[in-house]
Design a protein around this ligand. Structure first.
Ligand code: SF4
Ligand code: SF4
Length: 180
């Protein structure tokens, strides 16, 4: 299944909310910065982003340096646990956030599921007060494709990954190093 197909229920809901004026255009991007962002990705989600970055020529030394700086600054590699459970989710400025006017530089079709499922529920939201994660929709998406868990397990076995979910900057570096 293609990355966009796995995201379809989330993309449809985002579009529905946007059509009702419930979008992020007026917000400085609280959920993409250390104010509220603690996004973690599975191997499959990480692969989607990494493939996109490679295909578009963005997977270069500058980006890797920025990702390493993010890991160091926000201590993303110092999360207690073994990557299977996170007892503490660290918040961090997402390196893919380009500021309020440009927003996220990762296209919707490959964006982490959690990013797509977190949306405003009021028009012209600017402070993030009405925003939240649509857990039901995220669960529905997971149920709509039963191959997800298997695909993640295959990647974990194939590349001998020690982790199930990691903060996006660290996940990308680990995936690259593992040979994705
Ligand atoms: S989801 Fe909410 S907090 Fe995040 S950028 Fe959009 S309006 Fe701001
Ligand atoms: S990937 Fe995009 S939407 Fe998700 S936290 Fe980073 S900048 Fe925000």
């Amino acid at each position: 299944m293609q990355p966009a197909d796995r995201r379809l229920p989330l993309l449809n809901e985002m579009q529905r909310l946007t059509d009702e004026g419930k979008h992020c255009a007026a917000c400085p991007g609280h959920c993409c910065t250390a104010v509220a962002n603690s996004m973690q990705t599975t191997p499959l989600e990480t692969q989607d982003v990494l493939n996109y970055l490679r295909e578009t020529g963005r997977w270069n030394e500058d980006l890797k340096t920025a990702l390493r700086a993010s890991v160091t600054k926000f201590r993303l590699d110092q999360i207690p646990g073994n990557g299977k459970r996170s007892y503490l989710r660290r918040t961090y400025d997402c390196p893919f956030f380009a500021g309020q006017s440009l927003g996220c530089t990762i296209p919707r079709e490959v964006k982490p599921y959690g990013c797509l499922g977190f949306n405003p529920t009021a028009p012209l939201e600017s402070e993030g007060k009405s925003c939240g994660s649509d857990q039901n929709l995220l669960a529905q998406r997971e149920e709509s494709w039963t191959g997800e868990a298997e695909a993640n397990e295959e990647l974990r076995k194939k590349y001998r990954l020690w982790w199930v979910k990691l903060p996006l900057p660290l996940a990308l570096l680990e995936a690259d190093q593992a040979g994705f």
